[in-house]
Ligand binder design. Structure first.
Ligand code: 3PG
Length: 207
């Protein structure tokens, strides 16, 4: 299965902000125990490369790099073991570096123009970010009319209350969010709580 198919099978993509790479293994274990062997580790902290490496070394979780803004970060992420790369916007330089590495890339796109830019780079799946403030599910539904073969991963402002609205759309392959991995809970090493939040989210996504 290719990475985008694996993300689609997982349905949910936990967006992780780790302050300390030493927490990566415990967090990955909590996600796996909760039935969601996927993580998007964001380059918002210096811990990201080591955290990605720690998760990738486990071999039981699909680990990607998020908030990747430059080609140099793509290199670092891939070297650390990232299996996919997520970017908040559509950057030609970032996408092309991912393509050089042969690593799956999900650039952010929320307008028709941004989606066309992603299409021109040979992509068919985009991160719809920030979903909540960019029109939410109705906007994706409207964009899916002209862009019938584009698939979306809405992220940003998604949670238990609106998850169903997104997953009801045929063009939505997966949904990203941080609600199952609150930074404070991770920092406090409350991994059982992460597992509970994850299991609840997985059950909700299936229902
Ligand atoms: C992201 O980078 O994808 C978002 O920050 C996640 O958004 P959320 O915290 O609203 O889920």
């Amino acid at each position: 299965m290719d990475v985008l198919s694996q993300l689609s099978a997982a349905t949910l993509v936990p967006v992780v902000v780790l302050q300390d790479a030493a927490d990566a293994d415990g967090l990955a274990g909590a996600l796996v125990a909760g039935g969601l062997p996927v993580a998007e580790v964001t380059f918002r902290t210096a811990a990201a490369p080591d955290a990605i490496r720690a998760m990738a070394d486990r071999g039981d979780i699909l680990v990607g790099a998020g908030t990747v803004l430059t080609p140099e970060q793509v290199d670092v992420a891939v070297k650390a073991g990232a299996q996919y790369v997520v970017s908040p916007g559509t950057s030609r330089a970032v996408v092309e570096r991912c393509q050089e590495h042969g690593v799956a890339v999900l650039p952010g796109a929320v307008t028709a123009t941004e989606i066309q830019a992603a299409l021109e780079l040979g992509l068919r799946t985009v991160k719809f970010f920030p979903a909540g403030t960019s029109g939410g599910a109705p906007a994706i539904k409207a964009l899916a009319a002209p862009f019938g073969d584009v698939r979306f991963v809405p992220t940003g402002g998604v949670g238990p209350a609106n998850l169903g609205d997104y997953l009801a759309l045929p063009s939505v392959v997966a949904v990203g969010g941080s609600w199952m991995v609150p930074a404070a809970t991770v920092a406090a090493h409350e991994f059982d709580a992460i597992t509970d939040l994850t299991r609840t989210a997985v059950d909700l996504a299936r229902s």
